[in-house]
Design a protein around this ligand. Structure first.
Ligand code: 13P
Length: 282
């Protein structure tokens, strides 16, 4: 089917109490792996790219690959801009056919985050492309974006932020961080419940690689409807490639090692779709 908007997908997930996996991709094989896993599980899926990925190769390369994969799948596939770091990049994604856009103004002051988010919402509205924003700081390092130590989302601010920006979904900071954890993250579940009680739009969990599955399940139970995984997919892909190259160092055909990276990513995504409960939710 054609690429779909994230709006209805997330509202359905919110209503039915599961979450849609949002998986960051870096190349064609990772796109194939994510869509193949979702197809096998009969699950909706979101494929996303960050600013550094879009610096590595033009947005059109990713868009074309994801569009082709979606059109040859029976499940709904969204292409989402993850951590859009400027109005310009959000507009490039909008014009380039992305069906969901994040503007991340969380590093700005509250009022500046509102103004930036509002401007992207206003620009995306006529095309009915939904906008995700972030309030509070998910710490750690996401590609080139250094979130620093982080800072939890204040529930009352989240309520005001959503009302004043008209945003379609909100990423919140409740103790996760991007990248590899040095110690098990402490997730503030009560804060999540407080935010859920005040905010009606779908809530998003970032920095989920390395968060124990049981904790992720509890977050979904308490109202998270989109869960982002990036680092673990990169690790899975690299592990597959390394396995081939260490066992058979004479290998020179990229298809030989990229295909094993692809298998590893596919298996990882299958497991996470089970955790998120989106299996058979098409
Ligand atoms: P991880 O790299 O920790 O999985 O974070 C992913 C993410 O939140 C992408 O926005």
């Amino acid at each position: 089917m054609s690429l779909v908007s994230s709006k209805e997908l997330l509202l359905k997930a919110q209503k039915e109490g599961y979450a849609v996996g949002a998986f960051n991709v870096e190349n064609m094989e990772m796109i194939q792996a994510v869509v193949a896993a979702a197809e096998e599980m009969n699950s909706p899926v979101i494929i996303q790219t960050t600013p550094s990925t879009l610096k590595y190769a033009d947005l059109g390369y990713y868009y074309s690959n994801v569009k082709f994969a979606a059109e040859n799948a029976r499940i709904p596939v969204v292409i989402h801009l993850d951590h859009g770091d400027s109005f310009d990049l959000a507009m490039r994604a909008l014009r380039g056919g992305y069906t969901s856009v994040m503007i991340d103004g969380s590093h700005n002051r509250f009022e500046d985050n509102i103004a930036l988010t509002r401007s992207v919402v206003d620009a995306c509205r006529p095309a009915e492309v939904p906008v995700e924003a972030e309030l509070g700081k998910v710490g750690g390092k996401e590609d080139d974006l250094d979130g620093g130590a982080g800072g939890y989302t204040v529930p009352g601010e989240a309520e005001e932020f959503v009302a004043r920006t008209g945003v379609d979904s909100l990423a919140i900071a409740i103790g996760t961080a991007h990248g590899v954890y040095k110690a098990e993250p402490k997730i503030d579940l009560d804060r999540l419940s407080e935010i859920r009680a005040l905010v009606s739009v779908p809530l998003i969990l970032h920095g989920t690689s390395g968060v124990p599955d049981e904790v992720v399940k509890e977050c979904v139970k308490r109202g998270i409807c989109k869960v982002n995984y990036a680092t673990d997919l990169r690790i899975a892909f690299s592990d597959g490639v390394k396995k081939v190259l260490s066992e058979r160092p004479e290998t020179y055909d990229p298809k030989k090692y990229n295909s094993v990276g692809r298998d590893f990513v596919k298996e990882y995504v299958r497991q996470k779709i089970t955790v998120l409960g989106s299996c058979n939710k098409v």
